[in-house]
Design a protein around this ligand. Structure first.
Ligand code: DP6
Length: 326
């Protein structure tokens, strides 16, 4: 039987991936560090067979346009890597709504890469899975691993992969993803990465990540939320400064994004250890130790009203599942 199912979680970057040295190979301009988000999951089943073309559904729908091409190109890559002549049938499901603005490309391409190779009877190393998943979506290289993860920029395809810094049980840090806008982002990350080098701030940020990566590594090893938060906030702002000064400029923030940024700083003055980061979108991610998570969630609702909030501790890396989706 040439069928396998893989489950993967998305991740939140603490030091961001923004801009590539090589867009086709997704070799990033700088290394990045993330936490895998255990509260959110993508399950993907792949079967190889003698069909004339690949067939894919994500949450019950056939992807269209750029998404369809991207998945198709990745399946072709995986097919060649596995040395198969057959085509794939793929069914993928997210436990979080696609409209939630949460990035599903990281968990999606991590699960697709693993399921496709396992279904082909291959037993790739985690490093090989991470390297291959990266070609589908950069951040997917990190979702291959659980807990706290670093992705090395590398100089060539074979040495740009992620590895674990600390396992999920190391630190019960919580990410509260606050959905302030469900609108699909106007500019995809893929396009955004290409614009990064048009900003004169890009080079300065990339050089600055040498320090911020070292600080965040140390903060994780010491479970120091203050140090982690300080540098995660700094890098999120640096990335958004690059976005704002790109040509054309990218402004992802909504009024609630600014409001929460200010509130979080104010809550810290009351000694609540909470910090904020943002990806290529308006939805705040609040980083907070587990014992403070409930109180912070209440405050978020008081500040911005009834919004959807996804709460995640550190989650596992990509894993096989016996529960096939077809
Ligand atoms: C802002 O991994 O989504 O979330 O490689 O084009 O799929 P592609 O980009 P993607 O970029 C993530 C950008 C980010 C920061 C991060 O996750 O590191």
């Amino acid at each position: 039987m040439r069928k396998a199912t893989a489950v993967a979680c998305p991740n939140i970057a603490l030091i961001k991936y923004w801009g590539n040295r090589d867009d086709a190979l997704r070799l990033p301009a700088n290394g990045s560090i993330s936490m895998t988000l255990g509260g959110l999951r993508t399950a993907t089943t792949v079967e190889w067979g003698g069909w004339p073309r690949h067939r894919v559904t994500v949450d019950g729908r056939v992807p269209e346009g750029a998404a369809r091409e991207r998945v198709g190109a990745h399946l072709e890559r995986l097919r060649r890597f596995a040395g198969l002549r057959s085509r794939a049938r793929v069914v993928s499901r997210n436990t979080f709504p696609a409209s939630s603005g949460l990035a599903s490309s990281a968990s999606g391409f991590a699960a697709l890469t693993a399921a496709a190779l396992w279904a082909a009877g291959k037993r790739p190393t985690r490093r090989a899975l991470s390297t291959l998943a990266r070609l589908g979506s950069g951040s997917a290289s990190r979702s291959v691993f659980g807990g706290f993860v670093e992705w090395l920029p590398g100089a060539a395809h074979g040495d740009s992969y992620a590895f674990p810094l600390a396992p999920p049980e190391w630190w019960d840090l919580v990410d509260l993803s606050v959905i302030v806008s469900q609108r699909e982002k106007a500019v995809s990350s893929e396009r955004g990465h290409r614009l990064a080098s048009t900003s004169e701030l890009h080079r300065a940020r990339v050089e600055g990540t040498r320090r911020s990566l070292a600080e965040v590594r140390g903060a994780i090893l010491r479970r120091d939320i203050r140090l982690l938060g300080k540098w995660a906030e700094h890098d999120a702002l640096a990335m958004h400064a690059v976005m704002l000064t790109s040509s054309p400029p990218l402004l992802y923030w909504e009024p609630e994004t600014v409001l929460l940024w200010r509130e979080v700083a104010r809550w810290r003055e009351e000694s609540i250890p909470v910090y904020m980061t943002l990806d290529a979108g308006p939805n705040p991610h609040l980083l907070v130790p587990r014992e403070w998570a409930e109180r912070v969630e209440e405050r978020v609702r008081l500040a911005v009203g009834e919004v959807e909030i996804f709460s995640s501790g550190p989650g596992p890396g990509v894993a096989p599942s016996p529960d096939h989706l077809f």
